[in-house]
Design a protein around this ligand. Structure first.
Ligand SMILES: *Cc1c(COP(=O)(O)O)cnc(C)c1O
Length: 375
């Protein structure tokens, strides 16, 4: 067996910009402003410039970013939020935190993203249950933006606001509209394995709405008012720490190049795997930033396939092995229509391959050879 290949090679990135990262962290340790402070302000300014959003508010995680929006909107029991079933649990978790009801919606076979027809069924399901559907949280799964032109008219007609869960897609754009500027607000994550990853937990929320931004800045710091120890809302401790901001300022400088590298690597996977396995569909209107490169292994063959790859030193991951409607903590929440067949099938078939900006051709060739051998 040859050397194991990393699924995401964070060490390669560190070799590339390690000196700048060390200096950035050292500056924080020297000035001792560990909470908020100049690095956080700088990072927020850089984020705004990067995606063109009016407000960029940093926070402690992607989960907190989602929660800040829902808290600022006063989400409450009796209200429903439509969420895809095929996503990471945090998307639904934050809705449940506030006592509101997540209603699970199916996704589409080709895009892995929210299905407009199922969304309409989910809205009807919520109303049949006596709930008030107020919002939808589309997820740009694996880094590919949702087809928003098919979601926004439904929101407009049904009076729903939209919080986009862009935890995996920061840096992408939909028909030229940068992620961060779509919907009432956008939440993203800088969890280390996301395309723009910190060295710990961190996140951010974007909005064009001044009042919402003001509320979220207050909420992330215990509902602070204008005076110190004046609390005007029930908030949380949801600030980004200065070390993470210092690291992210450096990483954002090379993020554009890293996205370009991910896209080259994904295109090479597409070419090398064509006719071998079912590769992700691509859409020039919604180009992915490839948080994951995810193929499909149908007919119950996935576990044997993964084991064969593991044997060849090639790690894989499953995002996600169960749709949320099958998770013990979430199974009692309503689902749209008569079930979520696409989410159920995808959960059994998807496999993510090693993907990061520093994956070289020799390693990628080894991965592809192992895939051919495994089949
Ligand atoms: C990672 C992720 C989150 C949560 O982000 P954290 O920073 O880990 O809290 C939320 N939604 C999706 C779709 C994610 O992938």
């Amino acid at each position: 067996m040859s050397d194991p290949i990393p699924f995401i090679d964070l060490a390669a990135q560190r070799r590339h910009i390690g000196a700048a990262l060390d200096a950035a962290v050292a500056r924080v340790m020297d000035h001792c402003g560990f909470i908020l402070g100049p690095e956080v302000e700088r990072f927020e300014a850089d984020l705004k410039a990067f995606c063109g959003a009016r407000h960029a508010i940093s926070c402690a995680s992607g989960t907190d970013a989602l929660a800040l929006v829902l808290m600022a909107k006063g989400l409450r029991p009796g209200q429903a939020v439509l969420v895809p079933a095929f996503t990471f649990c945090a998307t639904a978790e934050v809705v449940a935190w506030l006592g509101a009801t997540p209603v699970f919606v199916d996704v589409e076979e080709e895009t892995f993203n929210l299905c407009p027809a199922s969304l309409e069924q989910g809205i009807a399901t919520a109303r049949e249950r006596g709930l008030d559907p107020v919002a939808v949280m589309p997820v740009d799964l694996y880094g590919r933006p949702v087809d928003y032109d098919r979601i926004e008219p439904i929101c407009a007609r049904e009076g729903l606001w939209m919080l986009t869960d862009a935890a995996q897609s920061f840096g992408a754009a939909y028909k030229g509209r940068p992620v961060g500027t779509i919907g009432l607000a956008t939440a993203t994550s800088f969890f280390p394995s996301k395309p723009l990853g910190a060295y710990g937990d961190a996140g951010a929320v974007f909005t064009e709405d001044d009042d919402l931004a003001e509320a979220m800045i207050s909420l992330r710091m215990h509902g602070a008012g204008r005076e110190r120890y004046d609390h005007v809302r029930i908030g949380m401790n949801g600030r980004m720490d200065a070390m993470q901001a210092a690291i992210l300022v450096e990483k954002l400088k090379i993020f554009g190049e890293e996205i370009a590298a991910r896209r080259r690597i994904a295109a090479r996977y597409d070419a090398l795997l064509e006719g071998v396995v079912r590769t992700p569909a691509i859409d020039p209107d919604a180009p992915s930033v490839w948080a994951q490169y995810t193929i499909r292994i149908p007919d119950g063959g996935r576990e044997a396939f993964r084991a064969a790859l593991q044997q060849a030193g090639v790690p894989t991951a499953i995002h996600y092995p169960k749709p949320l409607n099958r998770q013990p903590a979430y199974a009692h929440y309503p689902s749209a229509g008569n079930g979520l067949p696409v989410s159920e099938r995808l959960a059994e078939e998807v496999v993510s391959l090693p993907m990061h900006a520093y994956l070289d051709e020799a390693v990628q060739d080894r991965i592809v050879a192992a895939i051919r051998a495994a089949l």
